[in-house]
Design a protein around this ligand. Structure first.
Ligand code: G3I
Length: 304
């Protein structure tokens, strides 16, 4: 096929992108979005600071704009993110203990209920593990409410929207390392105890200094063997030209080689849309032209 979405769909997968609500009126942006992608992740609009700026007072207009655009263009939605240590509203940052725990569950219940039936998968918990070799949880205000905060978040999301797939999402977990193994152990534990979890997201933010590793496919496969879907959720790869194109091809092929890797999302459309634009990490240049990385990703999808 000739677009990313249609090529991914040929093997039952999706190809998505992060979307910013305020860019939907940019016709270069929305033309590429609606031509190439069949899944969208709101880049910031569903986060805690955006959706609950004051405690128990919810604000959904920007996220609703993305959801309604997606629905009218046959795009599904990955919700992002219900519980995360970053982009918390200041009122939540100042809470702790049982007050913060109840604020978290109230937040999850409200947001997941507002979007009930409209979300393909939710990033229920984002980035809860520490970097480095310890395999420990990341210290955060949520972690300090008790080690069970993650499973409580998943159970709360399941109760609010039983049809949405519930994902754990993190970065630097793409290959096999101490951090990804710690996540793996958590997922195995959740599966054995019946904590509801359906998918694991691997963000896929790659630098030229820490390039795409060869063990991505092996890592995706070991998670899939636990009985969860796996997804590349925020892909962007620093670089340019054939080196960048080759790295995109490697990641796409790793996903295609794993039956339960059911989709790939890139973290923006044009390089200029990226949270790290100076790394030129995306598939379209600042004018919206297809890069070599685009062709490599498309060819890899069509080779699958
Ligand atoms: O909303 C305010 C706006 O009111 C203000 O005028 C403007 C001025 O700077 O800032 C706006 O907020 C910014 C927001 O993006 C929306 O543009 C924040 O400062 C900025 O920090 C925020 O950055 C986002 C970042 O998450 C925050 O942690 C990026 O756009 C977004 O791409 C990035 O995405 C994360 C994923 O959620 C999780 N994984 C890592 C990924 C990259 O950091």
């Amino acid at each position: 096929a000739t677009t990313l979405g249609a090529s991914a769909a040929a093997s039952g997968r999706y190809f998505g992108t992060a979307v910013a609500a305020y860019k939907l009126s940019d016709t270069v942006y929305s033309t590429i979005l609606d031509r190439e992608f069949d899944m969208v992740t709101p880049e910031n609009e569903m986060k805690w600071d955006a959706t609950e700026p004051s405690q128990n007072s919810f604000s959904y207009s920007s996220a609703d704009q993305i959801v309604s655009h997606a629905q009218s263009h046959n795009q599904r939605i990955r919700g992002h993110a219900l519980a995360w240590h970053q982009q918390q509203p200041s009122w939540a940052q100042s809470l702790s203990g049982t007050a913060l725990r109840s604020a978290m569950t109230n937040h999850i219940t409200n947001v997941a209920t507002h979007y009930k039936g409209k979300i393909y998968s939710w990033d229920v918990v984002n980035e809860a593990f520490a970097d480095g070799s310890t395999g420990a949880r990341r210290d955060s205000n949520l972690q300090r409410t008790g080690n069970d905060w993650i499973e409580v978040a998943f159970r709360t999301a399941r109760a609010a929207d039983p049809a949405a797939k519930l994902c754990y999402n993190d970065y630097n977990t793409d290959g096999i390392n101490a951090k990804s193994t710690a996540v793996y152990n958590m997922v195995a534990d959740f599966k054995s105890r019946g904590v509801p979890i359906d998918c694991v997201g691997f963000q896929g933010h790659f630098n030229s200094g820490s390039p795409v590793t060869s063990d991505i496919q092996q890592n995706l496969a070991r998670f899939a063997a636990l009985g969860v879907d796996v997804q590349i959720t925020e892909l962007d790869i620093a670089g340019s030209g054939t080196a960048q194109a080759g790295n995109y091809s490697t990641v796409v092929k790793a996903c295609l080689a794993v039956a339960r890797c059911n989709g790939i999302t890139v973290w923006g459309i044009r390089d200029s849309d990226s949270w790290r634009a100076s790394d030129t990490p995306l598939l379209f240049d600042n004018s919206g032209n297809k890069k070599a990385a685009y062709t490599a990703a498309l060819d890899a999808l069509n080779s699958g």
